[in-house]
Design a protein around this ligand. Sequence first.
Ligand SMILES: Nc1ncnc2c1ncn2[C@@H]1O[C@H](COP(=O)(O)OP(=O)(O)OP(=O)(O)O)[C@@H](O)[C@H]1O
Length: 244
Amino acid sequence: MTDVVRLDAVSKVYGKGRAAVAALREVTVGVPRGTFTAVMGPSGSGKSTFLHCAAGLDVPTSGSVRLSGTELSGMNETRLTELRRERIGFVFQMFNLVPALTVTENISLPLELAGARTDRAWLAEIIRRVGLEGRARHLPAQLSGGQQQRVALARALVTRPDVVFGDEPTGALDTMTARDVLGLLREVVSELGQTVVMVTHDPIAASYADKVLFLADGRIVDSVTSPTADGIARRMTGLGAWTR
Ligand SMILES: Nc1ncnc2c1ncn2[C@@H]1O[C@H](COP(=O)(O)OP(=O)(O)OP(=O)(O)O)[C@@H](O)[C@H]1O
């Protein structure tokens, strides 16, 4: 399988001198196409930094990040912005929808921004997949949290990105709604062949993934394939994640 996301010896140091913090230390990992990866670890272990470096939102201090074979390091901000817009989808904890735009307009926004033609059939297909037919003309404020996150997921999928990155995508949802959204993420991987990488604190959320990467102190210290929530919770306990 080809790696959609590939990090080689990626380090990230914030600040200088005695104030320097090594947030990532020589991280090497590949994410194969069509897989669902969860990234876990104690607070401050480097999860957000990992996601930001992998998604071209932040620039590593050293090492190489490749997206479908394209090297990100050395790209200027304009090219990185273009690459993020066209080849990466994002789903955040707080949905980040545009309040004045309808569901359909929010979902189509990445295509509008890229000046790309909207593929009506694909748009209809993803609206159906995320269960929002009948809500297409609603505004975000008229939707529940779970429905808003479904809009955000559809928006992340509309450009047929190489990878969708999720930063605690179910962090603001109640348990049942979170499970619906996780089921949907699982479905887009299993049925559409989408690649998803998600940072989460929640072992149940991570158990929907094919593989869980565990970060501690800026390093990948462990990984589990076909994870169970109990197994994940045990590893996290081993990393001292729940002792704070
Ligand atoms: N902009 C920054 N400047 C300085 N230090 C930073 C910056 N961003 C993160 N750090 C430090 O880098 C380390 C890793 O932070 P990061 O946010 O990646 O961890 P995390 O695992 O996502 O944490 P959490 O689960 O609490 O969100 C921490 O020690 C943090 O304090």
